[in-house]
Ligand binder design. Structure first.
Ligand SMILES: Nc1ncnc2c1ncn2[C@@H]1O[C@H](COP(=O)(O)OP(=O)(O)OP(=O)(O)O)[C@@H](O)[C@H]1O
Ligand SMILES: [Mg+2]
Length: 357
């Protein structure tokens, strides 16, 4: 590790993280080609799919515009994909924008007033919209009307503008951050869950077919097990394994090729990468498994506090490898087993408490 006056080089473990759930540049280019186009092609999420199927079919049968839909769930689980499917199933055009892109209420008014009847408006990261835009959206969703403010100060007047009926599809990774009045205006909310390994295998087989890569059942299972419940990661790992198979073998992917490739990329059998293992390793080797405070742990791995807390920990907690306790971070027995380490015998003298909180 590289130390200078400013301390350890941070962010080194974060570079080009293969198991990050957010989209990188390459993902954005490839994802369009891999996106399922209709509900039947969309793998998993049985509950959301079935409910949505009813909502859309009923609206179609009535010849009406579908109710507003809110999709919530972690990055890479298929919210954008599903919004496009909604438009396709309704035979409607789709307009795509996002919360951060709408700075002023006027931006939203311009979009809303140019919608066609029945159009789907996809509002990604809806929890990041500005307050005034949000308030305008309330009225638009409920009454299909906006008040456009003309002029400034005491002379300003509100000109009501009728909107054609449209379907708002909002997506958020943070449903808890949505103000209740906004949440209540959606007729249907779909919570996207993490995918099971079997579902991810289906995603991988489908993508392999589209990318024209040969892969057997065990090869797909190997990749699925390392994909952290997330189709985007599964697709990304598949592409890296494909590279390896082309360079080191005949291009076909089986279990050995998949395992060898992902070892090169340092993604282990449970989908942990270098950063994850560094956090667990420091916790166990330096602090006897904890409890240890977040800041101390972050310094030990040479990363920012936020990186450890927001990037590494959620998955480690979800996997039951790390626990957040009031006294600090603790490695679970599963973590010791996964890294093949043996927890120290406690002598009861309270050595543990040293690094707490
Ligand atoms: N159910 C699914 N079946 C098959 N492929 C899927 C499924 N869900 C997602 N994918 C694939 O995963 C990739 C990421 O999906 P998508 O962009 O819809 O995620 P997202 O939830 O919008 O992520 P973000 O929160 O980062 O915007 C896409 O390429 C898509 O092809
Ligand atoms: Mg998206």
């Amino acid at each position: 590790m590289n130390w200078d006056e400013t301390g350890p080089d941070t962010g080194e473990l974060l570079d080009e993280r293969l198991v990050a759930a957010g989209a990188d540049g390459e993902d954005t280019a490839v994802e369009a080609a891999l996106r399922p186009k209709d509900l039947d092609e969309f793998v998993g999420q049985e509950t959301v799919r079935e409910q949505l199927d009813l909502v859309l079919k009923a609206a179609l049968a009535r010849g009406a515009t579908a109710d507003h839909v809110l999709l919530s769930g972690a990055p890479g689980l298929g919210k954008t994909t599903l919004s496009m499917i909604i438009a396709a199933e309704m035979n409607a055009p789709i307009r795509i924008t996002s919360g951060p892109a709408i700075q002023h209420a006027g931006d939203l008014a311009a979009i809303l007033s140019s919608l066609q009847e029945g159009e789907v408006l996809f509002l990604d990261e809806i929890h990041r919209m500005s307050r005034p835009a949000e308030e305008m959206l309330y009225m638009a969703m409920e009454d299909f009307r906006v008040d456009v403010i003309v002029g400034k100060g005491p002379g300003a007047t509100a000109i009501p503008l009728e909107l054609p009926p449209f379907t708002l599809v909002g997506a958020t990774t943070r449903a808890g951050l949505l103000p209740p009045p906004l949440r209540d205006r959606f007729g249907f909310t779909g919570h996207m869950e993490f995918y099971t390994p079997v579902e991810l295998e289906r995603v991988i087989h489908r993508s392999a077919r589209l990318l024209d890569v040969g892969i057997d059942v065990e090869g797909a299972a190997e990749i699925a097990g390392r994909s952290r419940g997330t189709p985007r990661i599964a697709n990304r790992l598949l592409r890296r394994v494909r590279d390896y198979a082309q360079v080191k073998a005949d291009g076909r992917i089986d279990r050995d090729i998949a395992a060898a490739a992902l070892q090169v990329y340092e993604v282990d059998a449970r989908g942990l990468d270098r950063l994850d293992r560094a956090v667990l390793g420091a916790l166990m080797k330096l602090f006897g498994g904890g409890p240890v405070g977040l800041s101390t742990l972050a310094v030990a791995v040479g990363e920012e506090r936020e990186t450890v807390e927001e990037v590494a920990e959620p998955f480690l907690v979800r996997e039951g490898l790390l626990a957040r306790t009031p006294r600090g971070r603790v490695a679970t027995p599963a973590a010791w087993a996964h890294l093949g380490l043996v927890p120290p015998q406690h002598d009861g003298k309270g050595q543990q408490g040293l690094f707490g909180a």
